[in-house]
Design a protein around this ligand. Sequence first.
Ligand SMILES: [Zn+2]
Length: 322
Amino acid sequence: MPFVPQSALEYRSAEAVRPAVCRDYAFVRDASMPYHGVVVRSRRGVFLLAVVCALGCGCAGGLAHPDASLFPPPPRDAITFWGHACCYIDVGGVGVVTDPVFDRSLFFRRRRIPAPPASSYAGARVVLISHAHPDHLSPGTLRTFPAGAVVLCPAPSAKYFGDVGLTVRVMAPGDEFEFEGGRIVAVAAFHMGTRWGVRAQADGRALGYVIETPNATVYYSGDSNYFSGFADVGWTYAPDVVLLNVNGHLRSTDASRAAWATQAGVVIPIHWGAFPWWIFGGNQRPRDEPALARMVGDRLRVLEIGQSVALDQVSHRRRALP
Ligand SMILES: [Zn+2]
């Protein structure tokens, strides 16, 4: 059975790295998704990969050092970007947090920024997990969350919360969760759902979430390839703002197509800034940022790490497709 590593080998371009480091690998393209998996063919390739994996695992472990100056307690009724796919959405003092992962290292990816201190998310009451990939689901991080917080997640993610001490609720597309001051609806994402999965599905194994608040409706896309689900969310929930995982799996013009499809008046590109690749670097700004700015126009709102935008500033800015 071939060994198929997961997202740590989501190369931006398999062709670009093939001649340099991957003579022993044959790249296979999943017809359902615009990225490549890697299959090791030879004994030498297996050995090389084992060494690299051992190095990666050896450097992993523990959470990054907290820094209260970069991550002070988030402002009320605002969206605050905390790097990678993590945003803290304050709704009247209730914290809703997307995919918090504060690990020092993730296999081939070393965190380049500090972590928020636990005191900054003492108000977190809901944690939204989009899928089980390690850069979105960290049991070690979740153990630091307040005991009263509820974790919402798709079914394949649920088995990783055994000892985190939080209430876990499995969600499927269309499921709703009400909290004090708002409502959350799970929506489909077109992405792989298992921790080491490489095949994208749009059947609820990976999720996005719509967060309805008194001030604005926020759509967190989770990782997703471009698919009709973006337009479905646009027409069904009319989000004011979309937190779009542009560095997840939306490539090239797919990011702007997704942004337009949601009809959201404000587009905040996320999934960048915390975990660059050890080998390839990058991922420290929104992917294709200049092109995205051209195509999305003044809807684009890039939040720097730690920066916030008030919910009442992003509301009622929904625009129809041209
Ligand atoms: Zn993923």
